[in-house]
Design a protein around this ligand. Structure first.
Ligand code: TXA
Ligand code: MG
Length: 310
């Protein structure tokens, strides 16, 4: 069910769940201070209760409503990367719902850049808990139609067009003057090191369960395989029926294929929509050409490894 901005604001204020666009992926949003609304998110997603949610805020000044400590290093990172595809894990205030943080002593916060969601956050005045709007472990949605295909037509969706970043935010936890990378994304580890003025701490200050790090995640239903070269894809296709392939550039490989693109920005934007399309073809094997093993491709490489984990 599609809803407009005013309906979305009203529903969220009433404790209902609405799928909302962000620049990364669509999120399944609810009032982060309303435990009943939060339980609905877990129910609709079929997500285990030990997997905490990100709270989305309108601006940096709201951090102090949620975090008990906002160290200078975290402030510096927030000023550099917000609004944007960047999530900060900080010590939680005691008042933060134990459902939203899944019992962790920390809370994950993000100020998204999508203009419609910015309007929504400013108008509704709530912190919005929002995991990606897909069933647990399935492919993430980057359009309103993806949300409906995964969660059903009865879920309310605010349509903000196709997501432009295309993969989930980079997650960084900060404790004192140390930081750790919890999830790769389009803001790279190198970019964060440069702003932080130092590399990530190798000693875990606090080890969250972070089930986003679950190896099988972001997965197509079609059995998927990551291969290092076009030649390896061609050789596989020659020996197996009903293959489809995701390639970095258009090449004849002997089976239907879609192209991801040559730059990390384009590839990230297209990644989930191309995987959704290939998955819908009902093939026996989905073959994926591995992207380069370099810093700026790390977020995409991480999603591909999880999509193909066996
Ligand atoms: O781009 C994104 O981050 C999207 C959009 C909707 O904002 N959201 C998203 O949410 O990807 P989700 O729930 O699919 O992934 C959130 C990740 C999970 O891996 C979760 O474990 C981690 O954030 N997380 C949340 N709170 C945490 C905490 N307190 N400590 C450590 N990890 C946390
Ligand atoms: Mg997710």
């Amino acid at each position: 069910m599609r809803v407009d901005l005013q309906q979305a604001i009203h529903m969220l204020q009433q404790g209902q769940v609405v799928a909302i666009p962000t620049e990364t992926v669509y999120g399944l949003a609810a009032d982060a201070r309303n435990d009943e609304a939060l339980r609905q998110i877990y129910g609709i997603k079929e997500r285990p209760a030990d997997n905490p949610l990100i709270v989305h805020l309108a601006n940096i000044s709201q951090v102090s409503d949620w975090a008990s400590d906002f160290p200078p290093l975290a402030q510096h990172l927030a000023k550099a990367f917000w609004p944007g595809p960047f999530t900060l894990v900080l010590p939680a205030k005691e008042s933060v719902s134990h459902i939203v943080r899944a019992g962790e002593p920390t809370v994950a916060l993000r100020v998204p850049a999508h203009p419609l969601t910015q309007q929504l956050l400013q108008a509704c005045g709530l912190g919005l808990a929002a995991p990606s709007a897909n069933k647990y472990t399935h492919l993430s949605p980057t359009t309103a139609a993806h949300v409906e295909a995964s969660l059903g037509e009865e879920v309310a969706v605010l349509d903000g067009g196709a997501c432009q970043v295309g993969i989930e935010s980079t997650i960084v936890s900060v404790a004192g003057d140390e930081w750790q990378l919890l999830r790769h994304g389009m803001i790279s580890e190198l970019a964060i090191s440069q702003v932080a003025g130092k590399p990530a701490s190798r000693v875990a200050t606090h080890t969250p369960k972070a089930p986003g790090q679950h190896l099988l995640h972001y997965s197509p239903r079609t059995p998927s395989l990551l291969l290092d070269s076009v030649e390896a894809i061609q050789a596989f296709v020659a020996r197996h029926e009903h293959c489809v392939a995701l390639l970095m550039q258009a090449t004849e490989v002997g089976c239907p294929s879609l192209v991801l693109g040559n730059t990390p920005e384009v590839a990230a934007e297209l990644l989930y929509s191309q995987l959704h399309r290939l998955d819908a073809m009902g093939a026996k094997h989905l073959l994926i050409h591995a992207v380069p093993n370099s810093n700026e491709w790390a977020g995409i490489r991480d999603r591909l490894q999880r999509a193909t984990y066996r």
